[in-house]
Design a binder for this molecule. Structure first.
Ligand SMILES: Nc1ncnc2c1ncn2[C@@H]1O[C@H](COP(=O)(O)OP(=O)(O)OP(=O)(O)O)[C@@H](O)[C@H]1O
Ligand SMILES: NCC(=O)N[C@@H]1O[C@H](COP(=O)([O-])[O-])[C@@H](O)[C@H]1O
Ligand SMILES: [Mg+2]
Length: 386
């Protein structure tokens, strides 16, 4: 099959590797050359994926069987047409289109499906934000409607933060929409990603929950399995099933939840492998999240997902801008038992850019916080030089 991969970061790279292993053809696309997934694909294209005409051009040129979005900021409105042309958009045009913009997915979850979410409002100017903050209450979180990995996200703790939060959101917005969502701050005990796999003609499957810790809206460590009560897990699975069914199609979704004393809150979801799901590269499951995504897309039945080990991932971040980033300390990581790592091969670095990940694993009876602590400490051994 021919797969057009829209977005070529670290998640795409592992997806391509999984696809190469079973003989698929991949054209990797991103806005810059030599992106991680391009380094392992058959062919590549460099375009602005928010430009509908540029998208049309490469779809016509390559005539793919599948279009697999890897990021959110794509002119996803075009996907409905590609579906009509007989191309399978993964997991569906609706799923990609609804999750490109926080508004569509949040309204679907809260209003149409009645899932529990933080109280929220939208704003298109600093003045509207003032009003929205009053309605939602302080503290609250402001995010551009189009952004990911925490870009443009900030927490309002006092009224004097409002103007700053607006400016920051506008600057961090990825797409061409100048609008923000304001969410009441959820004082959660923990947060999880529930990897949910919808299949053609087979039942929906769930991976063991993944716990994670975030800073600046971006994940720092993730671990699997996360300790979740049976009741909370059941609630989360029920919500994940409802929302993935409403979005349609086959593939792996990363559904994010906050766990609180009052129950489970739906936060958001990725209709594709999730960054916190990179923990599955530690061998925690019989199939990692990229292999699961691929199998679901190709309608290869997934008989079962088994949890094999306890695992954790911890990010390796750059601290400076560079056009030639290099790494030191890798040999120290390599010398450790039950430890592995990935360096994504991003051609440039900037402060806080995720450049690699450290993976640790252990037996299922090992306390998960020990495995996580080990990954976290090990990641500190690596320095990204500029
Ligand atoms: N309403 C909220 N209350 C408390 N914390 C929040 C809230 N919204 C977001 N956060 C924190 O910020 C993190 C990032 O938020 P969110 O997942 O919405 O951003 P994102 O930019 O879509 O990130 P990604 O693309 O990496 O998933 C959450 O995982 C959580 O830790
Ligand atoms: N939370 C979403 C996420 O983790 N996405 C991953 O990060 C890449 C962009 O990285 P970059 O900003 O360093 O180019 C994306 O291409 C995807 O692999
Ligand atoms: Mg998120």
């Amino acid at each position: 099959m021919k797969i057009l991969l829209l977005g070529s970061g670290e998640l795409g790279k592992e997806f391509v590797i999984a696809a190469q292993r079973i003989g698929q053809t991949i054209i990797a696309v991103d806005s810059y050359e030599n992106a991680p997934a391009m380094q392992v694909a058959h062919d590549f294209e460099v375009i602005n994926m928010l430009d509908g005409e540029a998208l049309d051009r490469i779809v016509a040129k390559h005539q793919p069987d599948f279009i697999v979005p890897e990021i959110e900021a794509i002119r996803t409105e075009r996907f409905y047409d590609y579906e009509k042309q007989g191309i399978t958009v993964v997991p569906s045009a609706k799923a990609a289109n609804f999750t490109m913009n926080r508004k569509a997915i949040r309204d679907l979850a809260a209003k149409e499906l009645g899932l529990r979410t933080a109280k929220y409002k939208y704003a298109t100017s600093a003045e509207e934000l003032q009003k929205a903050v009053q309605e939602v209450g302080i503290p609250c979180v402001v995010k551009p409607l189009m952004s990911s990995s925490g870009k443009g996200q900030s927490t309002i703790k006092t009224e004097s933060d409002i103007e700053k939060a607006w400016q920051y959101a506008v600057a961090g917005s990825r797409g061409d929409v100048i609008e923000v969502i304001v969410e009441a701050f959820v004082n959660f005990d923990s947060e999880i990603t529930l990897l949910t796999i919808t299949q053609n003609n087979n039942p929906t499957l769930f991976c063991a929950p993944i716990g994670h810790r975030q800073e600046r809206g971006d994940y720092q460590e993730s671990w699997q399995p996360a300790l979740v009560s049976e009741k909370d897990l059941y609630e989360a699975q029920d919500m994940a099933e409802k929302i993935t069914e409403a979005l349609g199609g086959a593939g792996l979704f990363g559904v994010e939840f906050f766990l609180t004393k009052e129950g489970v809150y739906f936060s958001e979801l990725s209709p594709r492998p999730h960054d916190t799901g990179m923990v599955t590269l530690a061998g925690t499951q019989n199939f990692n999240e990229f292999e699961l995504h691929l199998r679901a897309i190709l309608s290869l039945p997934i008989f079962e997902i088994t949890l094999e080990k306890a695992g954790a991932s911890a990010v390796i971040l750059a601290s400076e801008d560079s056009t030639n980033p290099t790494f030191t300390g890798i040999e120290k990581v390599a010398a450790l038992p039950k430890t592995d790592f990935r360096i994504f091969g991003k051609p440039t670095s900037r402060p806080y850019r995720r450049m690699g990940v450290v993976l640790s694993h252990d037996t299922l009876s090992t306390p998960i916080n020990e495995v996580t602590e080990r990954a976290k400490e090990t990641a500190k051994l690596v320095t990204v030089n500029s």
